[in-house]
Every structure is written in structure tokens, then in C-alpha cells.
Design a protein around this ligand. Structure first.
Ligand SMILES: C[S@@+](CC[C@H](N)C(=O)[O-])C[C@H]1O[C@@H](n2cnc3c(N)ncnc32)[C@H](O)[C@@H]1O
Length: 357
């Protein structure tokens, strides 16, 4: 009789079609149920009991164990419904009792234990739930995030998804981020949203003022510090500036310099977009890399965001040249990412991630 469940658990396309369904479960009830199932001695019994759990999740009216209700005891757990179903199906589909128990233990761990690493807050025990974190080397982004105070008004600003992805991947809450070419403040707006402290340097006072305005309009729900410095990053004494603000070092560096002279940001000679030659542009950019070298913690990451240039019938791979400037100073290359935005279509941007070795 119980053997019929062997055939019931083929992968259900309904789970794939709607992958984002979040819901609340009673964590204790689920853990107790899983522990009971783990103690069973027959694989067919395990399949039978797991099937009952699946039925409850799919049809809450069948919930006779309080899995989807009775949250008053503080055991409410927010989880992706389809990933949970997926895990349960995997247990039920196990051909051996050992495999089934291995998956049960793994599921219990993902519900109770947080496993993070040194550079971000992502829980590796629930990695499947971060389906919005881009880990490929090609980022295809539908359209610019214009939520909150983000807007495309500053010509040459990057889409917020770039700092958003990088900050979640390479920083933890409460850490310090430095953006040496702040522009309209996109990075620091994301810092506020994600609970990271941020320092930004911008050469042009009117642009820094715009950044300050944009940033202060963003809710500061994590109570982080966001500081805008008006200055020339090729000359600034970063150690001194951080010390003045009681900051010892930063844990992430992001640089989105002008793409040489593609967009002229000002007439100021110190502005990288006014470099007279490629050599001068790279020399100035290199100075910014030098100036910030000492303040980035060891083993932490640096992201360079830049596009290439096409001029007088020749492709100029600015991204590779600028990357060389970074690597020549002892950084270790971790990845090269290309970002494409679909609406409206824009030239691609290259993101180089390097680490302080
Ligand atoms: C590509 S934009 C950065 C845009 C920014 N990521 C945003 O989202 O708004 C480059 C910025 O670097 C600034 N800049 C140019 N030379 C600089 C320098 N020497 N020191 C500091 N900022 C500089 C420009 O004024 C411009 O705002």
C-alpha cells in the first residue's frame, strides 16, 4: 500500500512556474515532524510521512499538526514554499533510507543553523533562496531600479543593481564601504538600504550636494553612517579623512570612474574625464588606487566598474587597461563580469572584482 508513494513524487512543474512563493511555517512543528520521520526504520514509511507534509503545504485545509498556524509561540519561519516542497520531494524520491535521512538532516540544518563566511551575510545553508544574487560572469538586467530615491537623472550614474549585488555579495551589515567616484550617490543609497556604512568622495561640489540630498531622502532604517566628502580622489589623504571620522579602515572599495572622456563631467582639470590622453587617464586612476590601498582590509574586495570606448575607428578596452592598473598594485583578480541592460539598451559595462591579498 505505502509503495504507491514511490511514484507520486515526480518533479512538479507547478513548483517551477511560480518559484518565488514565500510563506510562513511553524519552525518547531516542522522540525519535530522531520525528527519523527528521521527516526523511522523503513524508507516507505518515510515517503508516506513526507507525502503527508507535502499535502499540508499544498493544501492548508489539511493542516492537522499546526504547521501553517499557531505562531503565537514565536516559531514563525519565513521560507520559500517551493524550495521547501522541492526539498521534501527530494527526500521522498530517495532510493535508500540513508539518502532520505541525509536529506532530512540537511533540511533540518537549513532551518536551524546559519552558516556564513567572512565576507558577506549570506546563509550558505539556505543558498538556494538567494536566487536574485547574480553569480554568473554575465549579468543581464531587465531595467534600472528606480525605486525610492534612485533615479537616472545624473548622466553617467550606474544602475543601483550594481552596488546592490556587490554589497550583498562582498560585505556584511555594519561594515564600511568606500566609493571614490560618488557621483549622484547611488552606492550610498544602497548602503542605507542594506545596512552598510558608506563614505563617498566626489570632486564636484554641486554633484556632491545632489548626492547628499538623494542619500538623505533614503530611509536610514539600519541607522548607518553615510558621509560625502568633496575632494579629489587622486590627491586625497584617505587615511586622514577616515581617521577624522573615527573609521579605521574599509571592508569594500567600489570605483566607478569616468569612462575617460566619454562623458565630460566638468571643466575641472582634476576631473578624470578631462584627461588629455589615455596615459594620463590611467595615471590619474592609478593614483586613486594607490591612495586607497592602505585603507582596505586584507582579504577584502575591490570592484571596478567601467565601460570601454570606441573612438576614431578603434575599440579602446578601458576596462582591461584600468584593471591592469589595479592588478599591478598587488590585487588578485577574482572575476570579470559583463553587465547588459535590456531596457533601454545601453553599452555594456564591465565589472572587475579583485581582492586585497
Ligand atoms: C561615472 S561617474 C560615477 C557615478 C556614480 N556611480 C553614480 O551612480 O552616480 C564618475 C564621477 O567621478 C567624479 N570624478 C571625476 N574625477 C574625480 C576625481 N579626481 N575625484 C573624485 N571624483 C571625481 C565625476 O564628477 C563623476 O561624478
Amino acid at each position: 500500500m505505502k509503495n504507491e508513494y514511490l511514484t507520486l513524487f515526480s518533479y512538479n512543474s507547478e513548483l517551477v512556474d511560480n518559484p518565488k512563493t514565500e510563506f510562513n511555517i511553524n519552525q518547531n512543528v516542522l522540525l519535530e515532524a522531520l525528527s519523527k520521520i528521521e527516526s523511522l526504520n523503513e524508507n516507505s514509511e518515510i515517503k508516506y510521512e513526507i507525502h503527508k507534509l507535502i499535502e499540508i503545504i499544498k493544501n492548508p485545509l489539511k493542516d492537522n499538526i499546526g504547521l501553517l498556524k499557531n505562531f503565537s509561540n514565536g516559531d514563525v519561519f519565513h521560507i520559500n514554499k517551493n524550495l521547501l516542497l522541492d526539498d521534501l520531494v527530494r527526500i521522498a524520491n530517495s532510493h535508500t533510507i540513508e539518502r532520505a535521512k541525509y536529506y532530512i538532516i540537511r533540511l533540518k540544518k537549513s532551518l536551524t543553523e546559519i552558516k556564513t563566511n567572512k565576507i558577506n551575510d549570506l546563509n550558505l545553508n539556505r543558498w538556494k533562496e538567494y536566487d536574485d544574487i547574480l553569480t554568473d560572469s554575465l549579468w543581464i538586467i531587465d531595467k534600472r531600479d528606480k525605486s525610492g530615491t534612485h533615479n537616472a537623472g545624473y548622466w553617467g550614474n550606474f544602475i543601483p543593481q550594481i552596488p546592490n549585488q556587490l554589497l550583498r555579495r562582498y560585505t556584511k551589515k555594519g561594515e564600511y564601504v568606500l566609493d571614490t567616484f560618488l557621483g549622484s550617490g547611488t552606492t550610498l543609497i544602497e548602503c542605507r538600504r542594506l545596512g552598510r556604512h558608506g563614505v563617498g568622495v566626489e570632486l564636484l561640489p554641486s554633484v556632491a550636494e545632489l548626492a547628499n540630498k538623494n542619500i538623505s531622502l533614503e530611509e536610514n532604517k539600519f541607522n548607518v553612517k553615510t558621509e560625502v566628502i568633496i575632494g579629489d580622489s587622486t590627491q586625497l589623504d584617505f587615511q586622514y579623512e577616515l581617521k577624522k571620522r573615527n573609521i579605521k579602515s574599509v571592508q569594500f572599495l567600489i570605483m566607478h570612474p569616468p569612462y575617460w572622456d566619454i562623458i565630460k563631467f566638468s571643466k575641472d582639470r582634476r576631473d578624470l574625464s578631462n584627461s588629455q590622453s589615455l596615459e594620463e587617464f590611467l595615471n590619474l586612476f592609478g593614483k586613486v588606487v594607490d591612495n586607497t590601498y592602505e585603507i582596505l582590509d586584507k582579504d577584502r574586495y575591490f570592484a571596478l566598474v567601467i565601460g570601454d570606448k570606441y573612438s576614431k575607428g578603434e575599440w579602446i578596452p578601458l576596462a582591461f587597461y584600468a584593471m591592469e592598473e589595479v592588478l599591478n598594485r598587488g590585487y588578485l583578480l577574482k572575476s570579470i563580469i559583463f553587465k547588459i541592460i535590456l531596457f533601454p539598451p545601453y553599452p555594456s559595462t564591465s565589472i572587475t572584482v579583485a581582492s586585497m591579498s
